[in-house]
Design a protein around this ligand. Structure first.
Ligand code: CMP
Length: 140
């Protein structure tokens, strides 16, 4: 059975552009409940740890530099079928391929600066949420 939680980040490009509020509005209007949230900033080392699964990819170094280039918002979201429904809401990784009306289609600048992150599995949603939030911050 699909889990009911996913994890997201509003990335530096969207935060810097002042799109956090509009993105959070779309997320809430799609039926997701925010159960933990904070504005923060990654160091290059922490970005590298978060995206360690991509460390052999050619874009890894640039991704770590970009993800530590400015503030982000990290959040745990709750909804039935959360991981799949959230990925449908944000659209394809490359905004050029994202469906009309999706968050990335509306707000992303490029395949790297693609406005938001969404977990790709229930297992990674838990790992990524735990990366940012302590047990005390996950009380809801
Ligand atoms: P995200 O969903 O957070 O997962 C990995 C991130 O790496 C992705 O969004 C993009 O920001 C980035 N990414 C994925 N593919 C590429 C690519 N081909 N070139 C540059 N960045 C990429």
């Amino acid at each position: 059975m699909a889990g009911n939680r996913t994890f997201t980040m509003i990335k530096p490009d969207a935060f810097e552009a002042g799109n956090s509020g509009a993105i959070l509005k779309m997320i809430e209007e799609a039926g997701f409940k925010i159960v933990a949230m904070k504005a923060t900033r990654l160091t290059p080392e922490l970005a590298g740890k978060f995206y360690e699964v991509h460390k052999e990819r050619p874009f890894y170094k640039d991704l770590c530099a970009y993800m530590s280039s400015g503030p982000i918002i990290a959040a745990i979201l709750e909804k039935d079928n959360a991981v799949e429904d959230f990925r449908n809401l944000i659209g394809a990784t490359n905004p050029a391929n994202a469906a009309e009306g999706t968050i990335r289609k509306i707000f992303a600048k490029s395949i790297e600066a693609n406005a938001v992150h969404g977990s790709d599995s229930d297992e990674n949603a838990a790992i990524e949420g735990n990366f940012y939030f302590s047990q005390l911050e996950r009380v809801l």
